[in-house]
Design a protein around this ligand. Structure first.
Ligand SMILES: Cc1ncc(COP(=O)(O)O)c(C=O)c1O
Length: 341
C-alpha cells in the first residue's frame, strides 16, 4: 500500500531531474567570496517577487526572523494577525531574536486588514510601547491557506507608510496566493519592506527560503543571517534545487489547488466531516462527531495509508503538493469517508 502524505507541503522530495541539477551545480564559497548559483537564485527570486535584491536562507524561519529584525526596532511592537506562523511556530523568536513584542490582532478569517491593523497601532504615550512594524502572512497557513488579495495588501502598505512603519511579508506560500489569483507574485508584495518566500514548500526542494528587500538592506540582512549561523558555503548545491523548482515545479502549483478542491468536494456531503472551502493547497477537516477526536482518527487514517496532522482537538489539516496526484486525493477521500463512517 502506498502512503499518501498530506501532512504538509514540506514533505516533497527532490525528483531525479532536480537531483541531477543539484549534482551539476557550479559552486563557490558563498561566505568568502560568493557562490554563482546562489547569486543566480537570489536574483531570480528578487525578480519574481518584484524586489531589488534577495538573500538565500536555510529556512523560512531564519528569513522571517531576519525580516522582522530589519523591520522593527528592538523594544517595540510587531502588529500581526493572532494566528500567524510568526506568533505560534517560531518559538518566540521575534521576542528573543528581534527583541519585539507581539501585538496580536484577532481576525475572523486570518486576513489582517488595514482597518484591524490600525486599531492595534499605539498612540504616542510615555507609558505605552511604540508600534515597531507590521507583519502579514500570504497565504495564511492556520487559516487554511487563505489568500490575502492585492487590494488588502495595498491598504496595509498604505497604513504602514503613513504610520512610518516597515512591513514584513511572510510569503512562505506566496506562490500559492499568486497562482490562486492568477497574478504575478510581484503584485502581492508592493509596499513590503521585506518579503520571505519558501522553496521547500510544495516545490520539491530539500531546503531553502529567500528574503527579498531593497538593495540598501542587503548588508544588514547579510549580517543578521551570519549572526544566526545561516552563512552557508557551497550552498549552490541547494540553490540549484531552488532554480530547478522555480522553472519546472512552480508553473504547476495550480494543480495542487485543484486537488485540494477535489478532496473537499468529495467530502462535502459527508455527515461526519466538514471540509473547508480551500482557496489554495490546504484543506481543514472538521470532525463533526464528539467521539471523533484528531488523536483517535489520525492513527486510523495512517493504518490505511493516509497521513494528515492535527490542527485542533477535532480538526485535521490536509495539504496537497507536488508528490500527491488527483488519484491520490480521490483515494484519500475514500479512506477518510470509510474511517469516519
Ligand atoms: C507561513 C509559514 N511561514 C514560515 C514558515 C517557516 O518555514 P521553515 O519551516 O522553512 O522554517 C512556515 C513553515 O511551515 C510557514 O508555513
Amino acid at each position: 500500500m502506498s502512503v499518501i502524505d498530506l501532512r504538509s507541503d514540506t514533505v516533497t522530495r527532490p525528483s531525479p531531474a532536480m537531483r541531477r541539477a543539484i549534482a551539476d551545480a557550479e559552486v563557490g564559497d558563498d561566505v568568502l567570496d560568493g557562490d554563482p548559483t546562489v547569486r543566480q537564485l537570489e536574483q531570480r527570486v528578487a525578480e519574481l517577487v518584484g524586489m531589488e535584491d534577495a538573500l538565500f536562507f536555510p529556512s523560512g524561519t531564519q528569513a522571517n526572523q531576519t525580516g522582522v529584525s530589519l523591520c522593527a526596532e528592538r523594544g517595540t511592537e510587531l502588529v500581526i494577525e493572532a494566528n500567524a506562523h510568526l506568533v505560534h511556530y517560531e518559538l518566540a523568536g521575534v521576542a528573543m531574536i528581534a527583541g519585539v513584542q507581539i501585538r496580536p490582532v484577532v481576525t475572523p478569517d486570518g486576513v489582517l486588514t488595514a482597518e484591524l491593523a490600525r486599531g492595534a497601532l499605539r498612540g504616542t504615550s510615555p507609558r505605552l510601547p511604540r508600534s515597531g512594524a507590521i507583519a502579514v502572512e500570504n497565504t495564511h497557513n492556520a487559516a487554511g491557506g487563505k489568500v490575502m488579495r492585492p487590494e488588502v495588501m495595498a491598504a496595509i502598505a498604505a497604513l504602514a507608510r503613513e504610520s512610518g512603519l516597515r512591513l514584513h511579508l511572510d510569503g512562505a506560500r506566496l506562490w500559492n496566493a499568486a497562482a490562486a489569483l492568477t497574478t504575478a507574485p510581484a503584485t502581492l508584495t508592493r509596499g513590503a519592506t521585506t518579503v520571505m518566500v519558501s522553496l521547500s514548500k510544495g516545490l520539491g526542494c530539500p531546503v531553502g527560503s529567500c528574503l527579498a528587500f531593497a538593495r540598501e538592506l542587503r548588508p544588514r540582512a547579510w549580517e543578521m543571517r551570519k549572526r544566526l549561523g545561516g552563512g552557508m558555503r557551497q550552498s549552490g548545491i541547494l540553490a540549484a534545487a531552488g532554480l530547478y523548482a522555480l522553472e519546472h515545479n512552480l508553473p504547476r502549483i495550480a494543480e495542487d489547488h485543484a486537488n485540494a478542491r477535489r478532496l473537499a468536494d468529495l467530502l462535502a456531503d459527508s455527515p461526519t466531516v466538514r471540509p473547508s472551502a480551500p482557496e489554495t493547497n490546504i484543506v481543514m477537516l472538521d470532525l463533526l462527531r464528539e467521539a471523533d477526536t484528531a488523536d483517535r482518527v489520525i492513527p486510523r487514517l495512517a493504518e490505511r495509508g493516509v497521513l494528515v496532522v492535527p490542527f485542533a482537538a477535532r480538526r485535521l489539516r490536509a495539504v496537497t503538493h507536488l508528490d500527491v496526484s488527483r488519484a491520490d486525493v480521490e483515494r484519500a477521500a475514500g479512506v477518510i469517508r470509510e474511517v469516519l463512517r
